[in-house]
Design a protein around this ligand. Structure first.
Ligand SMILES: Cc1cc2nc3c(=O)[nH]c(=O)nc-3n(C[C@H](O)[C@H](O)[C@H](O)COP(=O)(O)OP(=O)(O)OC[C@H]3O[C@@H](n4cnc5c(N)ncnc54)[C@H](O)[C@@H]3O)c2cc1C
Length: 427
């Protein structure tokens, strides 16, 4: 039997080693905090994904983690780069074009392992092949499947679409079910799919979702996903799609995974826990792009913690707050004032570091992440909900006239993000 291990010295415990968890852990460890990251799978782990990194993702990687395209190539994760793209409605070509900023395709197993390796080098204690099966957001205690226990000042839930951290928080238990998409994917060798020359998106196969074909070095990564409507059978539709694409020969079984598709949490914090990436529903509801939001939210959660830690030290010394006798009264004052974020600074300092960090994280994500995802939800309503079936006039017009807008949405770096990341106030 594995003895219980209680590690109370850990500043932050990150559950999940995808892009969101690795980014948060790396950022915290680099600033000197003690960080443990627990990942359920053995690393490198397989991850179902189209592998598309948009220009804004590459820019974020460079700006915030100093990772360049060359680093990605050197890591062995890079698959291909494309400027051309096509958008179809069923078999009909709606738009094809060339975009000045390239679409980069990577292999997720290698890319995620690379991010995690950097986190390790920065000092993160990575425990892989270990599943967390219970989280107490109030105390910061985490219990693993082998009986091991860990405790930390902060718990970052970066454990994907089926997040155990989120499911252990009663306020979040029921949310996001109706906005979680089902997806399936398959890798097909080029020799079986000669027509797939460029990355393509195929509307009209699902009422609220789409199919994709992303050519890589040796394979085409094809998938289909969305919010399932009555009567839709994903595997059946996928087979029809592949048939229409003139794919020849037998192909492997489809693999499936969940993906947030709209319905993100606006305040993904509770007690000592912060949710980032897919765990908070941060993927967009037009194309399901999630890597950008995973990295960005991981970064913002880490920065909120760092800011709160620094703030507490400075404030409690400067204002001479007596933790022992004034703690309860100051806490009450903050509660009376309604929000810890709005309470006077000494109140906030003694109200608990996690409270300060949580309200900071809430504010930070409200601007770049939630705002951007809200905009995506508007686009998504136009692309999917107005169409009652394939090849609808509205979808056609919208895509013909405004596909540039869709692409800009995919590629454009938010000026807010740039400001926020370089802002002295936040850092
Ligand atoms: C089919 C498909 C295609 C996609 N294509 C794209 C694309 O082309 N481009 C794009 O930007 N996005 C794409 N996405 C979305 C993207 O993959 C996710 O948004 C992104 O992976 C989110 O990162 P994350 O770190 O939040 O979660 P994940 O990458 O899911 O990582 C979560 C980690 O937590 C671990 N974990 C889970 N439970 C536990 C537990 N109990 N204890 C410990 N660890 C745990 C998991 O093993 C996993 O490693 C796609 C998604 C799907 C399903």
């Amino acid at each position: 039997m594995v003895p219980d291990i209680v590690n109370t010295d850990c500043d932050a415990l990150v559950v999940g080693g995808g892009p969101a968890g690795a980014t948060a852990a790396f950022t915290l460890a680099q600033a000197g905090l003690s960080v443990t990251l627990i990942e359920a799978c053995k690393v490198p782990r397989a991850k179902l994904c189209g592998g598309l990194l948009t220009a804004k993702t590459l820019s974020l990687l460079q700006q915030s983690l100093s990772i360049t395209s060359q680093d990605i190539i050197a890591s062995g994760a890079h698959e291909s780069t494309a400027h051309r793209y096509c958008i179809y409605s069923r078999s009909k070509l709606l738009v094809s074009g060339r975009y000045p900023q390239a679409f980069t395709f990577i292999r997720r197993a290698a890319f995620d392992a690379f991010l995690l390796e950097r986190a390790k080098k920065a000092g993160v204690h990575v425990l892989d092949n270990l599943r967390v099966n219970h989280v107490d957001a109030a105390s910061g205690e985490v219990r693993c499947a082998n009986g091991q226990q860990q405790k930390a000042k902060y718990v970052i839930g970066a454990d994907g679409a089926h997040s155990i951290v989120r499911r252990n928080i009663s306020a979040f238990r029921r949310v996001m079910r109706r906005t979680t998409a089902r997806t399936i994917e398959v890798r097909i060798p080029h020799r079986q799919w000669k027509a797939a020359a460029f990355p393509s998106v195929h509307l009209g196969w699902l009422k609220q979702g789409y199919a994709w074909a992303f050519p890589n070095r040796s394979h085409v990564v094809a998938g289909m996903g969305g919010i399932m409507q009555q009567g839709e059978n994903l595997s059946h539709l996928m087979r029809q799609f592949l048939q229409e694409q003139k794919v020849v020969g037998a192909y492997p079984e489809f693999a499936g995974a969940a993906l947030p598709f709209g319905g993100h949490l606006r305040a993904p914090v509770h007690g000592k826990a912060m949710l980032v990436g897919d765990a908070a529903g941060f993927a967009d509801s037009v194309f399901g792009e999630g890597v950008y939001y995973a990295i960005l939210s991981g970064l913002l959660a880490a920065k909120a913690i760092l800011k709160a830690q620094k703030y507490i030290k400075v404030q409690s010394i400067k204002d001479g707050v007596q933790e022992t006798d004034s703690l309860e009264s100051v806490r009450r004052q903050a509660v009376v004032k309604g929000s810890i974020a709005e309470a006077p600074e000494p109140c906030r300092a003694v109200c608990g570091e996690n409270g300060v960090a949580n309200s900071m994280y809430r504010k930070m994500i409200a601007s770049p992440v939630v705002k951007e995802l809200d905009r995506a939800a508007m686009l998504s309503r136009f692309v999917y909900h107005r169409a009652k079936g394939p090849d609808r006039f509205a979808v056609k017009c919208f895509l013909k006239l405004a596909h540039g807008r869709l692409l800009r949405h995919l590629h454009k770096e938010d000026t807010h993000v740039r400001k926020l990341l370089s802002s002295e106030q936040i850092w």
